[in-house]
Design a protein around this ligand. Structure first.
Ligand code: PGA
Length: 253
């Protein structure tokens, strides 16, 4: 099976309204009416509506970087899946290492969020990845297995068609030190086999697994050339149209 490459930009807490709209417009122009890959832009929540407006009618989708698992109520500062959808989001990120580490989001909470995202009709990009200490201790596979099992272990099989996984080694995020294609490829192979055990072989075969962590114009082609690497979740390099264009072009394979 050939999986359709999936490149997503994670803008994190960057840009202002005008630059978010301009960047989305430039991405829309570059991708055109149809492309041999999927593309999504995870914008700051307050700019999702403006970005969605720019992307209307384009295959490029807009997503949110965070949602709460509850539908409504006394959760000051949070946004629900329905709210994200209401302003045009098609997808949500869950499990990003910055949410796990800086905001104390634990596996059980992430599982609830993932379920809420899918139950609410959005697509999901679920992030997993080990720290440098965990890699050096030889625990990479154990760590990502725990994250995946606790995060997505309870999903019904039919939900998996709207799931992508992002393998993002924490030591590679924002550091300029990407995992080598071989390092990333090994973990992608492990994750795909794991999904085969958790769900079934067909689901594992169809699942898109993105690599994230210092993906750049310079390294995207060699990372995306690895058969099990189905796309990229791009932080820093998604903030500049020149580098994002080069990464999108590397997904034309
Ligand atoms: P980076 O971020 O590309 O800047 O390393 C990736 C991410 O956090 O999704």
């Amino acid at each position: 099976m050939t999986r359709r490459p999936y490149v997503a930009g994670n803008w994190k807490m960057n840009l202002d309204r005008a630059s978010a709209v301009a960047l989305a417009r430039a991405v829309r122009e570059h991708v055109g009416a149809q492309a041999p890959y999927d593309c999504a832009l995870f914008a700051p929540a307050v700019y999702v509506a403006a970005v969605a407006e720019v992307l209307a009618g384009s295959p490029v989708k807009v997503g949110v970087q965070n949602v709460h698992d509850m539908a409504s109520g006394a959760y000051t500062g949070e946004i629900s899946v329905a709210m994200a959808k209401d302003v045009g989001a098609a997808s949500a990120l869950v499990g990003h290492s910055e949410r796990r580490a800086l905001f104390g989001e634990a596996d059980a909470f992430l599982a609830k969020k993932a379920k809420a995202v899918l139950d609410g009709g959005l697509e999901l990009v679920f992030c997993v990845g080990e720290t440098l200490a965990e890699r050096e201790a030889g625990r990479t596979e154990a760590v990502v297995e725990t994250q995946l099992r606790l995060g997505l272990g309870a999903l019904p099989r039919t939900d998996w068609t709207r799931v992508a996984i992002a393998y993002e080694p924490v030591w590679a995020i924002g550091t300029g030190r990407n995992a080598t294609p071989a390092q990333a490829g090994e973990v992608h192979t492990f994750l795909r086999a794991l999904v085969g055990k958790m769900v079934d072989a067909a689901t594992a075969e169809a699942l898109r697994i993105q690599y994230g962590g210092s993906v750049s114009a310079a390294n995207a082609a060699e990372l995306l050339a690895v058969p099990g690497i189905d796309g990229a979740l791009v932080g820093g390099a998604s903030l500049k149209i020149e580098s994002l264009r080069a990464i999108l072009d590397a997904a034309r394979r």
